[in-house]
Design a protein around this ligand. Structure first.
Ligand code: TRP
Length: 464
């Protein structure tokens, strides 16, 4: 076991797990989902999912990892249920798929640092063209992947933990600075209203699926990333408290990201909030326009700062995504870490190429996936992969992990592991809630939503 490594401290684990959770999902995905989901109503559903459903699943993942000290596939085997390790395998596939497209977006963000630093705000109107320059943006993506691989190759305490401890505080500082600035702009209040005053008439099936997908994705759940990180956690650690802190950090930063972005849109739109529903382009189109409106040195500084922040957030997440297949290869195939890291990173970069090409460069990858989406809207390859991995595999994985823990591995064993390092856990209300949530609530809700999502996304059948 000694060669597997581990986190050196409690804070190190929390920083790394929170770093995994906080990423493009919070700063890029959350605001655009809020915008498309009609604002505050989405936020309410999202928060409910995070605390009621995701929290128990997260604690369960970490507990399975710590108990077995294994990657997601090996963990099921180590508990004596080899038949279940397909859940882990599915998680590894999801990790590879997610990182493959995540890195494409991280590459764009990385390139934007240089565009902003050279005051090229006009990039906002050329975003469509920017993404077709595949050698340029692909080059940035390659650099980003190499940075991720470098961190992971340094191991758990020397790489992942160190990077998170450095990047997370920097990220929080930058984001708070930006919030303070945004809130001082004219019409900031209209942004805040859009963001925080719910209009429940805007809730429909699609808002609910997206809120669940977003919550799972943002908390890095459902594919064993936290089984993997949990496998490096000390037995004395209190998993329940750690889970609470990680969830709060993730939700908190998503929330703050909204506080940063919606006032900016309020300012830009003169209070109409037009552009809030900008979708995935929100960060790459709307924001640079706003930085351009600010103009001068200040615009350059704010714009550069924003994309540096985004890249920091993305890096601690890409690191966790790469760690999952790497841990699998290291544990199960006895490959040395360094080797496993560079091979995996290379494979995943290649898997990401269709996603990279799907933004205008290749007609086929940009629009050919039409039939997979509701209403026949054109769908690019990246969105298609996100529908498969984020919206389908993650809830299914979460459903299976919860069901497995409560009914196959048995809830007594889960309780036992969670009570290690948490002296007051046994007999507490939380324990009872966890038993209920992991045993019944999570499998039923996640299973149902998985089925509904698949019917809706891939077959165009809408039941609610
Ligand atoms: N949670 C990260 C984000 O919000 C992305 C991420 C990292 C992830 N590791 C994961 C998502 C594991 C799902 C599973 O950007």
């Amino acid at each position: 076991m000694a060669t597997r490594g581990g986190f050196s401290s409690r804070l190190g684990f929390i920083a790394a797990a929170a770093g995994s959770a906080v990423g493009l999902g919070n700063i890029w995905g959350f605001p655009f989902e809020v915008g498309q989901g009609g604002g505050a109503a989405f936020v309410v559903i999202y928060l409910a999912f995070c605390f009621i459903l995701c929290f128990p699943v997260m604690a369960t993942e970490i507990a399975i990892g710590r108990k077995t000290e294994k990657n997601p596939v090996g963990a099921f085997t180590a508990l004596g249920y080899k038949k279940w390790n397909w859940v882990g395998k599915m998680g590894i596939v999801a990790g590879v798929l997610i990182l493959s497209f995540y890195n494409v977006i991280a590459g764009w963000a990385f390139g934007y640092i240089f565009e902003m630093a050279s005051s090229n705000f006009g990039i906002a109107d050329q975003f469509g063209e920017y993404t077709t320059k595949i050698f340029k943006v692909g080059g940035y993506g390659l650099l980003f992947m190499a940075t991720t691989a470098f961190v992971v190759s340094k191991g758990i305490s020397g790489g992942i933990e160190k990077a998170a401890k450095l990047l997370m505080p920097a990220l929080i500082l930058m984001i708070l600075t930006m919030v303070v600035y945004s809130l001082t702009l004219p019409n900031a209040i209209d942004g805040i209203k859009f963001y925080l005053v719910p209009d429940f008439s805007k809730i429909n099936g699609s808002v609910i699926y997206n809120a669940l997908g977003q919550a799972f994705f943002s908390l890095s759940l459902g594919m064993g990333a936290l089984i993997t990180y949990g496998s490096y956690v000390n037995k004395k650690e209190n998993i329940v408290t750690a889970t609470a802190l990680i969830t709060l950090a993730d939700v908190g930063i998503a929330f703050i990201a909204g506080l940063m972005i919606f006032p900016l849109i309020g300012f830009m739109s003169g209070g109409t909030m037009e552009g809030a529903a900008g979708g995935p382009g929100l960060i790459f189109v709307t924001l640079p326009q706003i930085f351009g409106t600010i103009g001068g040195t200040l615009g350059t500084i704010v714009g550069t700062l924003f994309f540096v922040l985004l890249c920091f957030a993305a890096l601690t997440s890409t690191v966790s995504l790469l760690e999952v297949p790497v841990a699998y290869v290291v544990d199960e195939m006895q490959v040395r870490r360094k080797r496993a890291v560079w091979i995996m990173a290379g494979i995943i970069f290649v898997v990401g190429i269709p996603s990279l090409l799907g933004f205008g460069y290749s007609e086929f990858f940009s629009t050919a996936f039409t039939t997979f989406k509701e209403g026949g809207t054109d769908t690019d390859f990246l969105s298609f992969i996100a529908s498969v991995a984020n919206d389908s595999i993650l809830p299914l994985g979460g459903c299976m992990i919860a069901f497995f823990a409560a009914h196959i591995w048995k809830k007594e064993n889960l309780d036992e592991e969670l009570a290690q390092g948490a002296p007051n856990y046994k007999g507490s209300f939380l324990q009872k809630y966890m038993n209920f949530a992991v045993g019944y609530l999570a499998p039923i809700v996640l299973g149902t939503l998985f089925v509904l999502t698949v019917l809706f996304k891939f077959f165009g059948i809408s039941i609610i």
